[in-house]
Design a protein around this ligand. Structure first.
Ligand code: ATP
Ligand code: MG
Length: 451
C-alpha cells in the first residue's frame, strides 16, 4: 500500500527492462495524454494494439514538460520500420541506411523510429572500428532495446519517453529533474559523445538558447577544445543546423551563444567580422530580432531573407571597395553579390536554391534611393518589394541608411495616389536622362513629375 502511494508520487523503476529507468506518474510530470497531437496519440495506440511499444520521445516530451507547444512529435517503437509501415495505411519508409517511417494523418506527419543502439557494442565484439580517428561514430543504425535507445540520445532532457496509455514518463538519465533545474546535460561522457558526433556541440548551443537553459559545466568543458572537429562534418548538415538555430525563435540568443562557445568558426564564421563592426552588429541584431518576433507570432520567416541579412555586411563592404576602385554603383553591387555568395559556399554552403531570392532582395536596395518619377511606383509592384522593403528597414535601423528613407517608403505605401505624387522627390539619379517616350502604367501619377 505504502509502496503504491510512493510509486504514485515519485514513480517506480522499470523492472521489465532491467535498465533502471524511473517511471514517473502523471503527478510527477503533469503531461496529460490529451496534450498530445491526435496523430501521435493514434500512432502510439495502433502500435500498442498490435503488441508493440510506442512512446512519444525527444523534443515533444521535453517541450510539454516545459509548458511549451511542441513543434512536432516523434514516436519510438520496438517494431521494425517494415512492421510499422504495414500497420499504417498512410505511411512510408524514409531513408536507406537509417530508416524511419513517416506516418501521416491529414497534414500532420509523425516520425516513427525503431529503438536503436549506437552500434558500439556490436562493433567491439566484432573487433571492428566503430569510430574514426577523432572518435566520430561511423555506424548508428543498429537496432537495440529501449534502454540502448535512450543511451544513444544526446541530452538527458531529450531521452524522455512518454507512454500515453498510462500517462507515464520513462526517464533514464534524470531528464525530468534537469528540466526542472533548467540544465542541459550530456548523457554519458561529454567528450566521447561530442567526438562521436560533433554536431551535438551545435545542438547544445541551440537548445541552451532556445530553452534558456544553462549548460552543465562538465558538458560544456570539452567544447572549446573540440570545436574544430566541426570541420569534418558535411557542410549540408552544418547548414541544416544553422537553419534550425536561426529559425528556432531564439536566433539572437543562439548566435551569441555560438560565439560565446567559440562554435561559430565551424558554423557561421562570418559572425566575427559582422559582430565586431558596430553597424554590422546593429544590423544583424535587428534582423535576428525581427525573425524571432515573426516566429513568436507564427508568421512565416524566410531563410533566404535571413541568409541575405547575414551576408549583407560583406556585400556592403565589397560593394564600397569596388566603387572606391572606380566601378559604377550597379555593376559594383552585382560583382560584390556574386563574390560574397561564392565565397560562402566553402563555409556555410547556403544551397543554391536560395541564391535567386537573396540576390533579388540585395539588387533592389539601390532602387529605394530613387524616389522620383515612375520608379517608386514600379518598385512597389515588384514581386519582391515586401521582402526588399523589410530589408531596407533593417538597414535604416542599423544606421546604414538614413531613417528618413525607411520612413518615406513606409508612408509611400500607406497613402493614396494623390499624396504619393506629392511625396515624389526630384530625381537625383546620377544616370543621364535619355530622351525617350515615357512608358505610362496607365495611372494619373505619371503626370505628376515634380520639378
Ligand atoms: P527540436 O525541438 O529542435 O525538434 P528535438 O529534441 O526534437 O528538438 P530533433 O533533431 O528533432 O530534436 O531530434 C529528435 C531526438 O533525436 C532528440 O530529442 C534526441 O533524443 C535525438 N537526437 C537527434 N539528434 C541527435 C544527435 N546528433 N545525437 C544524439 N541524439 C540525437
Ligand atoms: Mg524534433
Amino acid at each position: 500500500m505504502i509502496r503504491r502511494i510512493l510509486n504514485k508520487v515519485f514513480g517506480r523503476t522499470s523492472r521489465a527492462s532491467g535498465s533502471g529507468a524511473q517511471i514517473l506518474p502523471l503527478a510527477a510530470h503533469g503531461i496529460r495524454r490529451d496534450q498530445l497531437d491526435d496523430c501521435a496519440l493514434k500512432t502510439c495506440e495502433t502500435l500498442a494494439q498490435a503488441g508493440y511499444k510506442g512512446y512519444v520521445v525527444g523534443g515533444a516530451v521535453r517541450d510539454l514538460l516545459l509548458g511549451k507547444t511542441p513543434k512536432d512529435f516523434d514516436v519510438a517503437t520496438d517494431a521494425t520500420p517494415e512492421e510499422v509501415r504495414r500497420l499504417f495505411r498512410r505511411s512510408r519508409i524514409i531513408g536507406r541506411r537509417f530508416q524511419i517511417v513517416h506516418v501521416m494523418c491529414g497534414r500532420v506527419t509523425i516520425e516513427v523510429t525503431t529503438f536503436r543502439s549506437n552500434g558500439q557494442k556490436e562493433a567491439d565484439e566484432e573487433d571492428e572500428r566503430s569510430t574514426d580517428e577523432h572518435g566520430r561514430l561511423l555506424s548508428d543504425n543498429v537496432f537495440g532495446n529501449m534502454a540502448d535507445d535512450a543511451a544513444r540520445r544526446d541530452f538527458t532532457i531529450n531521452a524522455l519517453y512518454y507512454d500515453p496509455a498510462r500517462e507515464e514518463v520513462h526517464d533514464y538519465f534524470g531528464g525530468v529533474a534537469d528540466c526542472k533545474k533548467r540544465v542541459l546535460r550530456m548523457i554519458g561522457d561529454p567528450e566521447t559523445r561530442f567526438r562521436e558526433d560533433p554536431v551535438r556541440m551545435l545542438r547544445a548551443a541551440r537548445f541552451a538558447a532556445k530553452l534558456d537553459f544553462h549548460i552543465d559545466p562538465d558538458t560544456r568543458r570539452p567544447v572549446a577544445t573540440l570545436a574544430p572537429l566541426l570541420s569534418n562534418i558535411p557542410r549540408a548538415r552544418i547548414f541544416d543546423e544553422a537553419l534550425k538555430l536561426l529559425m528556432s525563435g531564439h536566433a539572437l540568443r543562439g548566435v551569441h551563444q555560438l560565439r560565446a562557445e567559440g562554435l561559430h568558426h565551424g558554423m557561421l564564421p562570418l559572425l566575427d567580422t559582422i559582430l565586431d563592426d558596430p553597424t554590422g552588429e546593429r544590423f544583424i541584431t535587428a534582423a535576428l530580432k525581427t525573425t524571432d518576433a515573426r516566429i513568436a507570432q507564427d508568421k512565416p520567416a524566410s531563410p533566404a531573407f535571413l541568409f541575405g541579412t547575414l551576408l549583407w555586411p560583406q556585400v556592403l563592404q565589397r560593394w564600397r571597395a569596388l566603387e572606391a576602385a572606380g566601378e559604377k554603383p550597379q555593376p559594383a553591387l552585382f560583382l560584390a553579390m556574386d563574390e560574397v555568395l561564392d565565397a560562402q559556399r566553402g563555409q556555410l554552403a547556403i544551397p543554391r536554391r536560395y541564391d535567386g531570392m537573396i540576390k533579388e532582395i540585395w539588387a533592389l536596395q539601390p532602387r529605394f534611393e530613387q524616389r522620383g518619377g515612375q520608379r517608386p511606383f514600379r518598385l512597389l509592384e515588384h514581386p519582391r518589394f515586401r521582402a526588399a522593403y523589410d530589408f531596407l528597414l533593417l538597414r535604416a535601423e542599423s544606421g546604414e541608411v538614413d531613417a528618413e528613407l525607411g520612413d518615406w517608403w513606409t508612408r509611400f505605401q500607406d497613402v493614396d495616389d494623390e499624396e504619393r505624387a506629392a511625396m515624389l522627390k526630384a530625381d537625383s539619379s546620377p544616370k543621364p536622362r535619355r530622351k525617350r517616350k515615357r512608358r505610362k502604367p496607365g495611372e494619373s501619377a505619371a503626370e505628376t513629375q515634380p520639378a
